[in-house]
Write a protein that binds this ligand. Sequence first.
Ligand SMILES: [Mg+2]
Length: 384
Amino acid sequence: MKITSVTPWLLLSPAAYNFGRPGEYIFVEVKTDENITGWGEVTTTHPAANRAICAILQQLDQIIVGENPLHIEKIWNKIFRRFTYMGSRGASTNAISGVDIALWDIFGKVHNEPIYNLLGGPIRENIELYTHPDPDIGPDEAKKQAKAIADSGHTAMKFDPFPGFEDEKNGYLSGKMDVRGESIGVEVTEAIREGAGPDMELLIDAHGRFDVPTSVRLANSVEHVGIHWWEEPVPVESNHALQNVRDQINIPISVGERLHTRWEFVDVLENNLTDFLMPDVTWVGGITELKKVSTMSEAYYIPISPHDASGPINVLAGAHVMMTVPNFYKLETARHRLNAYDIFMDKPLNVQNGRLLLPEEPGLGIEMNMDYLRANSHEQFRGE
Ligand SMILES: [Mg+2]
């Protein structure tokens, strides 16, 4: 069995849960000479970044066409080593992730098993989710949506209550938040607690946009509401800044969506910089790498909670790994109703009472809706 092509599909989809960004997804199609096709996803966070990743993916034919798609570890390493001189972590691991997920999909289809059965088998029956309200909403709407999320059976939800998440107008990150912004953040957080009730685990995403004193001040301002984690307290570039915040706040910390490969998790684990890890299966290095990072995290008794800000394959790929991981917390989804994804696939994601039930079909368990993909893809980044 041989790989015959790698194709990025850049979907321009009005169906997207876009968090205020243009609705785009990158799906990755890996074809073989035995009529078995695998699918992955890489969707990232800006139109320019999406196109850059698609351009990298279009170059992978020359590295992996002709390889046996079942030799996943070999292919992972082959792509990784080809890119080490341009920076082995970040863009190159995003591209690897999309291919790796597609190879696991092929592996499952060849063996006629769901992916989790090939990763050690399930240790749980389904996947507990956490979810989001809409971004940038006032306290009344936040309270209403928090209640709807609680009523849907979810036991945790994440939000960023502080204003000004749009790119800094000056083109750089100031790291600051004024007193008015702080008050709005506290008000929205209190409203969410009121709507969600006392049992909901509230996760706040600081989105790596604050300097050390600002992050400490804002964490302390919402501590009284009962916050389960304070995510990405500072920009990802400085673990010293992360340590500094950690020393000064009482809310547990979560980081990881901007860490790539097992090597970037070593410092965070060894230096006790976090309480939760939240790698993204479509950025960290795919299913292969998420499983490895989960095992590293298990050795430190740190719970793992895959990040998701994109589409249905991200959710499914993270879920397949977490079916096999003891130290799992919850898996992120963009919204508590995921039916905007239905259009992409042959069946909807099966979410019941805040839990994802995985499909029983082999591989990821879904097939893509090719008519929809063909009708809604960027002309430069698509297959046939
Ligand atoms: Mg985040």
